[in-house]
Design a protein around this ligand. Structure first.
Ligand SMILES: Nc1ncnc2c1ncn2[C@@H]1O[C@H](COP(=O)(O)OP(=O)(O)OP(=O)(O)O)[C@@H](O)[C@H]1O
Length: 353
């Protein structure tokens, strides 16, 4: 059994017009030391999935079904207090998209790290915890004397580094990194990502890395899960996802990112917008934007098919890999006017007279 096993997880948000099905039947596993990437457009449910694991979500969110098993413990059955004491930060921690939101503005950054350490380690004195926080600051390139600053006194990059310190201070087994560098200046993005990877190796933890950037996941992840409309539509090892994906959405995503080995590559975007998660239609959620959708795709929700070595795909046409790959590489395939529901054949008019 993997370190983390998520099975058929459904996390919905209560909204004025119904439930937003942000995570809608997701299964995903993470092994010890492994890095799994979650890619997909904004709003596809990546953050919701990660936050569900440590229940760090807003009050209107609810896990309505499914299982999250961490090292033999069913997390969904823990009370909030048990989850805080046994899992959050100590076993599974999170680096959020924007570190400024991760810290409480009324306490100093250092005191919040010290608080987390002491909450989980009864025997650690305040002095020892402060010493550890200072050491971590130093390792992450922040002046240890800044430990008594308030979050607003930090620059974005420093706050993000401090958040990494918080996420690492108890050497967790899993780090959830939610677009950990997007709020930062491009110049320091690579450095921060490198720091996270370095520390991850040092403490030998697993990681779920969320990003909408295919090039980041291809460089940092062992496996990649492609998320669309609240579901994982394709998952495989990083090389398979980058070199021979089977889902048209993955093929489309790949087209939209520059390729370092092919600088002349035409970037092609996927036309259309992500599905409405309040009342999603039957059928494949990608069908309205998919150049390969058939009548079946509009009508029948595809089940995950196993293509070997853990390569799972939710697509009725995933068998036609060569055709899909060839066609998906052409710009005209993704022209908006070429995409849409296949014409229904008009019923034959028969006359009795
Ligand atoms: N508090 C909330 N209440 C209602 N709906 C929400 C809430 N938070 C997120 N959603 C909705 O849930 C869906 C999934 O959002 P989520 O943030 O998980 O996606 P994401 O893939 O992480 O996107 P991003 O990259 O922009 O963070 C979206 O439709 C979003 O509008």
């Amino acid at each position: 059994m993997s370190l983390l096993e998520i099975t058929d997880l459904k996390t919905y948000y209560r909204a004025s017009d119904g439930w937003v099905r942000a995570t809608d039947g997701v299964s995903l596993s993470v092994d010890r030391g492994e890095t799994v990437g979650l890619v997909g457009e904004s709003g596809s449910g990546k953050t919701t999935l990660a936050k569900s694991i440590i229940r760090l979500f807003p009050k209107n969110a609810e896990i309505v079904d499914g299982s999250i098993n961490y090292d033999g413990t069913e997390i969904t059955e823990l009370t909030d207090r048990q989850l805080r004491k046994q899992i959050r930060w100590s076993e599974i921690s999170m680096i959020p998209q924007n570190a400024m939101n991760g810290f409480d503005p009324v306490y100093t950054v250092g005191s919040q790290i010290v608080e987390v350490i002491r909450y989980h380690e009864d025997d650690t004195s305040k002095k020892e915890a402060r010493k550890r926080a200072r050491e971590l600051f130093n390792e992450l390139g922040i002046d240890p004397d800044r430990i008594d600053d308030y979050p607003h006194q930090f620059s974005g990059g420093m706050a993000q580094r401090a958040m990494i310190a918080l996420a690492l201070c108890l050497s967790p087994n899993i780090i959830l990194a939610d677009e950990p560098t997007t709020a930062l200046d491009v110049v320091i993005q690579d450095r921060i990502l490198e720091t996270i990877k370095e520390k991850q190796r040092e403490i030998d933890s697993a990681m779920i890395m969320i990003t909408h950037d295919m090039s980041v996941v291809s460089e940092t992840c062992d496996r990649i899960a492609v998320v669309y409309g609240g579901r994982v539509v394709e998952i495989a090892d990083a090389e398979t996802i980058m070199m021979s994906p089977r889902h048209p959405y993955t093929l489309g995503l790949r087209n939209a990112f520059p390729d370092i080995s092919d600088e002349d590559k035409d970037l092609i975007s996927i036309p259309g917008t992500p599905p409405d998660l309040v009342d999603p239609d039957e059928g494949c959620r990608f069908a309205p934007r998919c150049p390969f959708a058939t009548e079946e795709c509009w009508e029948v929700t595809p089940e995950a098919e196993d293509y070997g070595d853990g390569h799972m795909v939710e697509c009725h046409r995933a068998d036609e890999i060569e055709y899909l790959q060839e066609e998906a590489a052409k710009k005209e395939t993704w022209m908006e006017q070429e995409i849409g529901r296949p014409d229904e054949t008009p019923p034959e008019v028969t006359s009795d007279d």
